[in-house]
Design a protein around this ligand. Structure first.
Ligand code: MG
Length: 168
């Protein structure tokens, strides 16, 4: 594996773990707002991000790479509402999509076809992630930011179960 690819993978592992950290910070806020369903949804979201980090990690070692971990930066910890969380989630996922697209451009430039193939999975995953965040925003707007609507929607979000989509 070329050093440029290994470096990019190391950076993306960091970005995925940062995503997990950010979603856990969001979960912590939601716990304090008495929204256990949405908090549980976010904890699953954080778990999913760790599986993304591990997919890059495993890919590196499948190709005799060597992963070097860097410090994870502190995530945002102050939020205004459940809707604000959903909006920040969409913004974050749009940033991650850009990172994935940049990695794909690098794979093409370096003619690393295996990396390109891995990134196809992530490109599709980002379509799903952005769509989930948009649905979350729409549904929270319908439910309203307080009262019985939000209470019911929180219960619904609590039904989400963790599925490891990276498992073959
Ligand atoms: Mg991710």
């Amino acid at each position: 594996m070329k050093p440029t690819i290994q470096k990019a993978i190391n950076e993306q592992i960091n970005a995925e773990i940062y995503s997990a950290y950010l979603y856990l910070a969001m979960a912590a806020y939601l716990e304090s707002e008495n929204l256990p369903g949405f908090a549980s949804w976010m904890k699953i979201q954080a778990q999913e991000e760790m599986t993304h980090a591990m997919k890059f990690y495993s890919f590196a070692y499948d190709r005799d790479g060597s992963v070097e971990l860097e410090a994870i930066k502190k995530p945002q910890t102050k939020f205004n509402s459940a809707l604000h969380i959903a909006e920040e989630t969409l913004k974050h996922e749009q940033e991650v999509t850009k990172l994935i697209h940049n990695l794909h451009e690098l794979a093409v430039k370096e003619k690393d076809y295996a990396f390109e193939s891995l990134l196809k999975w992530f490109i599709d995953e980002q379509v799903e992630e952005e769509n989930n965040s948009k649905n979350l925003i729409d549904q929270l707007k319908l439910a309203g930011d307080t009262g019985p609507g939000l209470f019911m929607f929180d219960k619904e979000l609590g039904a989400r179960k963790f599925v490891d989509e990276t498992a073959e």
